[in-house]
Design a protein around this ligand. Structure first.
Ligand SMILES: C[S@@+](CC[C@H](N)C(=O)[O-])C[C@H]1O[C@@H](n2cnc3c(N)ncnc32)[C@H](O)[C@@H]1O
Length: 260
């Protein structure tokens, strides 16, 4: 099984940004925008843009987004399963790191494709869970899956990440002839990061500590649950794996689907 390098220079992330640099963004909708991070990335990576709208169900996240990106984007609380926009409204609709947070991902994909203009793009960025990744990536992925388990216990929809094949299969419903799929071991946003060399070293203490902090804050959310002790043991084991293997985010698929 081939395990690919996770250094930024060898990741494949540059190919994604090269492609985005050729695209004039126009009117852009970001679905499941959270704190708006993907809008920040697109703003830097696209050749140009006219306007951004970000939608999400989570009001707390939308407040953070408004604070961070309110000068370039409008944010609205909206369910991605039923978008309050006419057909063919946007030049680009994006959805990042959200498919595995959606109860009905295929319904959402159909709905968001509806609001893309002809010749416009749907952009999907999603991490995947195939085992063709470094030990540092797999340890980080397991920590993420632990967080998903806790969110699920708390009633939030958050499943484990999909495999590449599962993500590609979802795209069949789009019926588009033009589909470009990039497979990168690092997020393209890393190319714009001031500390971009830091994550080339999975054993860097800052990265490991940050992932352990995520594990502990997940655990804290269920401190009064009967299963707490069992889950604490599980979290300790994941912490040991992170200390031994290091931490690197899982690889991603970056998909550009053009509407006919
Ligand atoms: C991991 S966050 C992604 C944040 C952001 N896109 C990013 O890349 O940083 C997933 C987001 O999907 C949102 N979400 C889940 N189901 C949704 C739905 N049906 N409609 C709109 N947003 C939804 C969640 O509230 C959450 O903020």
């Amino acid at each position: 099984m081939e395990v690919r390098s996770t250094t930024l220079a060898n990741s494949g992330a540059d190919k994604i940004v090269e492609k985005l640099k050729e695209i004039s963004g126009g009117k852009i909708l970001d679905v499941g925008t959270g704190y708006g991070g993907f809008i920040g990335f697109l703003k830097q990576a696209l050749k140009s843009f006219d306007s951004f709208v970000g939608i999400d169900l989570n009001e707390e996240e939308l407040k953070k987004a408004e604070k961070e990106y309110g000068t370039i984007a409008n944010f609205k609380k909206m369910n991605a399963e039923k978008l309050d926009f006419p057909d063919k409204t946007f030049d680009i609709v994006s959805i990042a790191s959200s498919l595995h947070h959606l109860e009905k991902p295929e319904k959402v994909l159909r709905e968001i494709f509806r609001v893309v203009k002809p010749q416009g793009y749907l952009i999907i960025q999603e991490m995947y869970s195939d085992l063709t990744q470094t030990k540092a990536q797999l340890s980080t992925l397991k920590a993420h899956h632990f967080g998903a388990k806790i969110d699920t216990m708390l009633g939030e929809y958050h499943r484990e990440t999909y495999t590449k094949e599962e993500i590609k299969k979802m795209l069949n419903i789009l019926k588009t002839e033009e589909l470009e799929i990039f497979d990168s071991t690092r997020y393209p946003k890393c190319l714009f990061c001031e500390d971009k060399d830091l994550c080339d070293n999975p054993m860097d203490e800052t990265l490991i500590k940050s992932e352990i902090k995520y594990l502990r804050s997940s655990l804290e959310k269920i401190s009064d649950y009967p299963d707490y002790e069992q889950l604490e043991k599980e979290a300790k084991k994941l912490e040991r794996d992170l200390r031994k293997n290091g931490s690197t985010d899982a690889s991603i698929l970056f998909i550009l689907a053009r509407r006919n």
